[in-house]
Design a binder for this molecule. Structure first.
Ligand SMILES: [Zn+2]
Length: 293
């Protein structure tokens, strides 16, 4: 009897350990910014994976069997919606558990239509306006609470603390960006990601090269943008870190109009800018630096 005891104790410990880890809700998000939101709300009670790795371009990314395995073990699956991550839905259909909860955080928000292009969805980058991020966080908090009512107070407390930080961020951005005079508040960029930022913080998205980064710009697109930049006082062009092949178009444009290239984060976090709060602060400072005076 004495000799079997250590084995039993070990077994009991293993069962205990597995039930503790099983208590962590498994959350899967389509991209890194939603992963940050889910981690902010879920804290130690969740394990969150992003299907699109940080730094990749969500517009051209495609899922592999590795992502299907992540979806298969998820309790909660979080999509952005608005046409941004439609590939998720067939992945969910094929791989997700029947009892997994799937939410679309932009549902209920009104989309701004593209100025041009053939994309019928409108701009899906809702999160670049902080009040929309607060809306996302509320949806994530509700979903986590529904899945784990025992942790309701924990999730709601964390969501409230994070919401306070976002409200403060929004106020700070409004103040900082008001340093830029009205006639300089013009964004020229690669893809149409900034219409909600423009709407919230009083900018005009004068032009973007492509409506969807799937497409390469045409010579006509480039000519139109060159013309426009020649007429602006700052000739600042904003690129985004996840845009690989698109950068060369912007570089040749900048050279042609003797303009300057700046980086704005839109679709992905990175090792250097690893949270939404950092991303929005960085973007704000960049806009002020590029367009002030
Ligand atoms: Zn995008």
């Amino acid at each position: 009897m004495k000799r079997v005891l250590p084995g039993l104790v070990l077994l009991a410990l293993m069962v205990l350990a597995s039930s503790v880890s099983a208590q962590k809700l498994q959350v899967v998000t389509t991209f890194s910014i939603l992963q940050d939101f889910a981690e902010q709300v879920g804290g130690d009670s969740v394990e969150v994976s992003s299907l699109i790795p940080a730094g990749a371009d969500p517009h051209t990314w495609e899922p592999t069997p590795k992502e299907a395995r992540l979806v298969a073990k998820a309790d909660l699956i979080i999509a952005n919606g608005g046409g941004f991550d439609d590939w998720l839905f067939s992945l969910v259909e094929n791989a997700a558990r029947a009892d997994a909860l799937v939410i679309t955080v932009s549902e209920g928000l009104e989309a701004i239509e593209h100025g041009h292009g053939h994309d019928h969805h409108g701009d899906a980058h809702f999160w670049l306006s902080v009040p929309h991020a607060i809306y996302y966080v509320e949806k994530i908090s509700q979903a986590l609470t529904a899945l784990s009512p025992d942790n309701a107070a924990y999730f709601q407390g964390r969501a409230a603390a994070y919401r306070d930080e976002l409200v403060e961020l929004d106020r700070w951005m409004l103040g900082e960006l008001s340093k830029i005079s009205a006639e300089n508040r013009v964004i020229v960029t690669y893809h149409n990601a900034f219409s909600y930022l423009a709407e919230r913080y009083g900018f005009e998205v004068a032009e973007f090269l492509v409506a969807n980064p799937d497409a390469e710009p045409t010579p006509r697109d480039l000519a139109r943008l060159t013309d426009l930049l020649r007429r602006t006082s700052h000739r600042a062009i904003f690129t985004e870190p996840q845009i690989g092949s698109g950068t060369r178009y912007l570089q040749s444009l900048a050279k042609e109009v003797k303009g300057e290239i700046y980086v704005l984060y839109s679709d992905s976090l990175s090792p250097e800018i690893s949270t939404y709060l950092e991303m929005m602060r960085y973007n704000t400072q960049t806009l002020v630096e590029a367009l002030e005076q």
